[in-house]
Write a protein that binds this ligand. Structure first.
Ligand code: UD1
Ligand code: MG
Length: 462
């Protein structure tokens, strides 16, 4: 029977080189903390338990990712490593949470792109009396522990950069830090660690030589891609991985049939679900969960967060859409803003410099120019004239406005909420209406136009 898997994520390091007040493992990659990526990937392996060793910025890390961890694996724990005495010491802190019948998989909180398929392969190489080790072949392995093999290619141990001989420094195979080790052996080996080395640390890597001594099989697995084992230490590496992720997400989208005008100029920070023949122009940013229906077109420089865009919608340039849903064949923008709680039915047109918030607009409704629609229920085929403002806020409370089907609001009208506008009503341009507007009639609320026949233009005094 295969051993059950328990995962230990090492995340206690400080990350000095980030030069940031935010702990390293909370630095965002594609909108998600580094450690969040690792937890999510770990969860896809359905481990029996998951333990995060934390230290620097501890409370901040727990606060930011507590609910992510709870949601990821029911059996989980936060393990405090108060002093960072090395990777071996870090794993030691998690030992009380591990059981002898398990296989421990060690991951790093600052290696965010590790792939579940690779981890499954690694796990398959370990067992009751066998451990496995993820390595990487690098042109420049500076900083990495080196994998020392014998003439037959068998792994003998790992030597850290600072402890290596000049000859060992020429080894190009580096230790990624990721390994799968039977807990019963791990416990014994960790108990034997000493810190008599160049850094005065308890090296997890020393257990490899112990395994060889004890006759436990050590199987190395060379990582299929370098990107997935890259650690993040500074903002430069963070940006490099961001570019890597951008590239791979763009690739997935294109292989799913999406047309990207420039795959280097799209940012997906969350999940983007797409229908057929979707077209996305440059500099689009997608955050949270976004769904685009068939034949949706997204213009340049748009930001979409947590929204649903139905089939055949055109979002023109420079739009911001957040927590909104847009019905089929609607046209949005350019320069439109849909704020949270916006629900547009089919064939709705929202034009330039129009802001909609917490409002529904029924089929065929239009607000084509310069308007604010807030806290409103807008009926079918309503035309919101240019410059219409729904004054929903009295300085203390927000109020609702209902506009019946087929009503037209004139240019530059102010609708003071709470207010009901009847079906088919027309409000004259420039009106400020604060009382309900009856259906089917013209309502005007503005000073009457007068012409003064006797008026003469003043003349300049000599
Ligand atoms: C470690 C490995 C090295 C490997 C390299 C890959 C050891 C001794 N060395 O070196 O072989 O090539 O990673 O990047 O394992 N951490 C803790 N507590 C500690 C120390 C570290 O949680 O006391 C965590 C860090 O947050 C980080 C990870 O462990 O996520 C690795 O620590 P780091 O200091 O980067 O180790 P390296 O010296 O780079
Ligand atoms: Mg490191």
């Amino acid at each position: 029977m295969p051993l059950s898997i328990s995962i230990v994520i090492l995340a206690a390091g400080q990350g000095k080189r980030m030069k940031s007040d935010l702990p390293k493992v909370l630095q965002p990659l594609a909108g998600k903390p580094l450690l969040g990526h690792v937890i999510d990937t770990a969860a896809t392996l359905a481990p029996k338990s998951l333990h995060v060793v934390y230290g620097h910025g501890g409370e901040q890390v727990r606060a930011a990712l507590g609910s992510t961890l709870s949601a990821a694996v029911p059996q989980h724990s936060w393990v405090l490593q108060a002093e960072q005495l090395g990777t071996g010491h870090a794993v030691q802190q998690a030992l009380p949470a591990l059981h002898d019948g398990e296989l421990a998989l060690v991951l790093y909180g600052d290696v965010p792109l590790i792939r579940a398929t690779t981890l499954r392969e690694l796990i398959a190489l370990a067992g009751t009396d066998a451990m496995s080790l993820l390595t990487v072949l690098l042109d420049d392995p500076t900083g990495y522990g080196r994998i020392v093999r014998d003439a037959a290619g068998r792994v003998l141990g790992i030597v850290e950069q600072k402890d290596a001989t000049p000859e060992q420094l020429r080894i190009r195979e580096g230790n990624t830090g990721v390994m799968a080790v039977p807990v019963v052996h791990l416990r014994r080996w960790l108990g034997r660690l000493r810190n008599a080395n160049a850094q005065g640390e308890y090296y997890l890597t020393d257990i490899i030589a112990m395994a060889v001594d004890d006759g436990v099989k050590v199987t190395p697995l060379v990582a299929p891609t370098i990107e997935e084992v890259l650690g993040v230490n500074d903002k430069l590496q963070l940006a490099e991985l961001e570019a890597e992720l951008r590239k791979s997400r763009a690739r997935e989208l294109m292989l799913a049939g999406v047309t990207l005008v420039d795959p280097a100029r799209i940012d997906v920070r969350g999940t983007l679900t797409t229908g057929r023949d979707v077209f996305i122009d440059v500099n689009a940013v997608f955050e949270g969960a976004v769904t685009l229906g068939h034949r949706v077109r997204i213009g340049p420089n748009c930001v979409l967060r947590d929204c649903h865009i139905a089939d055949d919608v055109r979002v023109n340039a420079h739009c911001v859409i957040e927590e909104a849903s847009v019905g089929a064949a609607s046209i949005i923008g350019p320069f439109a803003r849909l704020r949270p709680g916006t629900q547009l039915a089919d064939d709705v047109h929202i034009g330039n410099f129009v802001e909609v918030k917490n409002s529904s607009m029924d089929t065929g409704a239009k607000a084509n120019h310069l308007a604010y629609v807030g806290d409103a229920t807008v009926g079918a085929r309503v035309n919101i004239g240019a410059g219409t403002i729904i004054a929903n806020y009295d300085g203390a409370n927000k109020h609702h406005t209902t506009i019946g089907a087929d009503a037209h609001t004139g240019s530059n009208s102010v609708l003071v909420a709470p207010l009901t506008v009847g079906e088919g009503a027309t409000i004259g341009a420039g009106s400020t209406v604060s009382k309900d507007v009856p259906a089917g009639k013209l309502t005007v609320a503005r000073a009457k136009q007068v012409t003064l026949d006797a008026w003469k233009r003043p003349q300049r005094k000599r």
